[in-house]
Design a protein around this ligand. Sequence first.
Ligand SMILES: [Zn+2]
Length: 62
Amino acid sequence: MRNAKPNKESHDANVMPKNPTRAERVQWHSEHELACGCRPVPASLMLDVAALNKKLDIRRSN
Ligand SMILES: [Zn+2]
């Protein structure tokens, strides 16, 4: 894999809140997956993260 090491800059810019809500975790993992992806999205959040990514993709391409 090209990005074997965590991308420190995107980690510093994308800090998980202390007591994240589910929505905050979904948002964090969505951004993290695009920016870094040093760890996989938890299975319990995967569908929500995929849905959010799709939404963001649609927004970007319009
Ligand atoms: Zn990372």
